[in-house]
Design a protein around this ligand. Structure first.
Ligand code: ADP
Ligand code: MG
Ligand code: ZN
Length: 600
């Protein structure tokens, strides 16, 4: 495969060089042609009459002639002059002019060359297309890589926080190591296992660790490898993948990002027909081998809800393994795995860090350790300290600081009041998560950030929590209105998020008293599956009203709270303008100084 790639590169290089060469030749030729003076045809006739011409060379319709004194000229004859004018050549002979014809001048050689090259290119493109569409280029047909059991260095020890998932896939590893023992006791191994979980929880990593643990051949493929422009390519790649797999007595096929091929059929996107073919082929192949034949298909997805139901039927991906977000213990283990690669200061407490990172996925934790190490390096230190982890967490949570972004003084003031508005509402509402930080240093795409951090892991949200969240999001806009008498586009994202929460409360969580515990499918809630009640126009109208009411109630809660605590909001804004960032302690201090209401 490597050879194929490099030889193709050499070919393109040669082709480009050839083109440049031909172009250069053309330029050189036209330059060379300039050296011979071009004269009117009548000049040639005159010189012939005078008997001053020594030589004529016919070159298509061009005539090169040399005079007896040695000077050379070039002229264009009327079309077909030489052939049509029968008297011309005998006249030259009579005058003892040396006469010659150059049938294939280098001009024509040049154009023949270009033509040949063009044809060769077109042929090549056609041929490649043909081979791609008929799936005959192995390198393109199947992008799967056969992982050498010894080459995969990832083992179960590298995956943490997903113990149940590990337990379930361990069974498959055992089966692949000793297929005989399993069938002897009548055990049935599932044909297909689907790893389901949010992004970054370690699904791909888990699959790689299976490859590392099982001494069986392992075929990797990604769903996106099968999604191609040309009809039939995806299906033929699936066929090839399973053909390869069947060559081994036992083996694992891993299809990452299954949703890329496995979306439910019947969309109206352009590539939809191709995808349907590919999916059908996958279903056919999975039906085509017997349960204990030794082929196990493992797939991963973070969108099980959009998968075609046919994929989940018995005999296909009938076993689902959840790879969830890690809990506090899992986070600590994951941090330990990734911290092995860096030198930690003695007082860094990974358990503490795990506690302070609720909701972080494995990938985010790996990123956290990496960012902390980078901060340490930037400070010229060899060991990573608590401070680095703090800064890394803020970066992962809120995006990188953009100190270079210059804000006008008015923008800074707006931002300070806006964030203070969020913060006061968050600090005073009883059901909100505690504040972590308020800052007017631009981070990521935001000019300022108010960050809350839950105390423990959260798996569900109460209605009160969601209502508080809407009120907090409204706080920024309200502070701007009350203190600066202005509305800015800066609140756009807050409004969007608040509306989204309200809509989900009504349409998904059944939290609206008027509409009850039903799932509503509305245009604003474009689920890709057919879940939920299709609704009438009248109901859609009521959904809109409920969403509107929820947001407006949050707005009113926040408005009253800010109006009652004007002193605290302006004190916080002034403080922010001075120091730019306030942590939880500082926020409490500011509020305690200027507010009669105790903060939670
Ligand atoms: P997914 O496929 O679920 O989106 P990945 O397996 O690609 O997630 O995870 C990306 C990276 O994050 C991994 O390479 C690993 O470094 C880290 N990671 C994620 N989950 C875990 C975990 N459970 N244990 C250890 N590291 C993890
Ligand atoms: Mg993945
Ligand atoms: Zn805001």
């Amino acid at each position: 495969m490597f050879f194929r790639k490099s030889s193709r590169r050499v070919f393109w290089l040669a082709a480009v060089l050839a083109l440049i060469l031909v172009a250069a030749l053309g330029v050189a030729r036209s330059r060379g042609g300039e050296r011979i003076a071009q004269v009117p045809f009548s000049d040639l006739l005159q010189q012939l009459d005078r008997g001053a011409v020594a030589e004529v060379v016919v070159d298509g319709d061009a005539l090169n002639f040399r005079l007896t004194d040695g000077r050379a000229y070039r002229t264009m004859a009327p079309a077909n002059y030489v052939t049509a004018n029968a008297a011309f050549v005998p006249e030259l002979a009579k005058k003892k002019v040396r006469f010659d014809v150059r049938t294939s001048s280098d001009q024509t050689a040049y154009s023949y060359g270009a033509l040949a090259l063009g044809l060769a290119f077109m042929g090549l493109i056609g041929f490649t297309l043909f081979r791609v569409t008929s799936g005959r280029i192995p390198a393109l047909e199947s992008k799967t890589r056969e992982a050498d059991a010894h080459a995969s260095t990832v083992t179960f020890d590298d995956v943490a926080g997903v113990d149940e998932a590990k337990e379930e896939v361990k069974e498959i590893v055992d089966f692949l190591r000793e297929p005989g023992r399993f069938s002897a006791i009548g055990g049935r191994i599932p044909k297909g296992v689907l790893l389901v979980g949010p992004p970054g929880t370690g699904k791909t990593l888990l699959a790689k660790s299976i490859a590392g643990e099982a001494k069986a051949p392992f075929l990797f493929a990604s769903g996106s490898d099968f999604v191609e422009m040309y009809a039939g390519v995806g299906a033929s790649r699936i066929r090839k993948l399973f053909r390869d797999a069947r060559r081994h007595p036992s083996c694992i096929i891993f299809v990452d990002e299954l949703d890329a091929v496995g979306r439910s059929r019947g969309g109206n996107s352009l590539s939809h027909e191709e995808r349907e073919q590919t999916l059908n082929q996958l279903l056919v192949e999975m039906d085509g081998f017997a349960p204990n034949q030794g082929v196990v298909v493992i797939a991963a997805t973070n969108r099980p809800d959009i998968l075609d139901p046919a994929l989940l039927r018995p005999g296909r991906f009938d076993r689902q393994v959840t790879v969830g977000a890690p809990d506090v213990k899992g986070r600590e283990q994951i941090l330990r795995i990734h911290a092995k690669r860096v030198a930690l200061d003695a007082e860094v407490n990974l358990r503490q860090i795990a506690r302070g990172t609720p909701g972080f996925s494995g990938a985010e934790l790996a990123n956290l350790v990496n960012e902390a190490a980078l901060f340490a390096v930037r400070c010229g230190r060899q060991i990573v300290t608590d401070v680095d982890f703090d800064r890394a967490r803020d970066k992962v949570l809120m995006g990188a600081e953009r100190k270079s972004l210059s804000m006008s003084e008015h923008e800074r003031i707006t931002c300070a009041y806006h964030e203070s508005g969020h913060a006061i509402v968050a600090a005073l509402l009883p059901h909100a998560d505690p504040l972590h930080k308020v800052t007017i240093i631009p981070r990521g795409r935001a000019l300022g950030v108010t960050m809350q951090l839950p105390e423990g892991d959260r798996h569900t949200h109460t209605r009160e929590f969601l209502e508080a969240q809407i009120a907090i999001l409204m706080g920024g806009r309200i502070a701007e209105e009350l203190f600066l008498r202005q509305m800015t586009s800066g609140a756009g994202n807050d409004i969007e998020r608040a509306t989204d929460i309200a809509r989900r409360m009504v349409c998904e969580f059944g939290m609206s008293a008027a509409l009850g515990p039903l799932a509503y499918r509305t245009p604003g809630n474009p689920w890709e599956t057919d879940k939920g009640a299709g609704i009438s126009e009248a109901t859609a109208h009521r959904v809109d009203e409920e969403v509107h009411d929820l947001v407006m109630r949050g707005y009113e809660t926040a408005r009253q709270m800010i109006a009652k605590n004007r002193a605290a909001v302006s004190a916080m804004a002034e403080e922010l303008l001075l120091v730019e960032s306030l942590d939880a302690e500082a926020i409490k201090a500011v509020i305690a100084k200027s507010s009669s209401v105790p903060s939670n």
